[in-house]
Design a protein around this ligand. Structure first.
Ligand SMILES: [Zn+2]
Length: 134
């Protein structure tokens, strides 16, 4: 399963520009504490913070859009020495659904409701967790 990024390019560009403004702004302060640099870097940093807030606000809008319905966590492979790893995401809004990302086969299983006491990955059959861990 290949995951699609849910962050729009426009939002990404805004956030990157924001960080660049902040980085350049704070870089000017660090490299040279003169009044000229602060006069130049302060607006850059403030602009960067505003851009960052705008970028994050865009993300919130995207979450409310219909795209949110088909949101899935990224299916990156989680591997550890021997022990199967997993990632659990439970939706905040009803209907409550929980996605379980198996670290062994990187497949996502959706279940209704919250995290169950035990879970066995239906794709590779590994026991991801048992109730005694609760
Ligand atoms: Zn699995």
């Amino acid at each position: 399963m290949v995951s699609k990024p849910r962050v729009s390019n426009r939002q990404l560009n805004t956030i990157i520009s924001a960080w660049l403004c902040i980085a350049i702004g704070s870089g000017l302060i660090l490299s040279d504490g003169s009044t000229f640099s602060i006069g130049l870097s302060a607006p850059l940093s403030i602009g960067g913070v505003i851009l960052l807030i705008v970028g994050i606000a865009m993300g919130n809008d995207a979450e409310k859009s219909p795209l949110h319905e088909e949101w899935e966590p990224s299916a990156m492979e989680l591997r550890d020495a021997g022990r199967p790893m997993f990632r659990i995401d439970t939706t905040l809004d009803k209907p409550i659904r929980t996605s379980i990302l198996c670290g062994r086969c990187a497949e996502i299983t959706w279940i209704e409701g919250r995290k169950p006491k035990t879970f066995t990955c239906p794709f590779c059959g590994v026991d991801l967790w048992k109730s005694e861990e609760e």
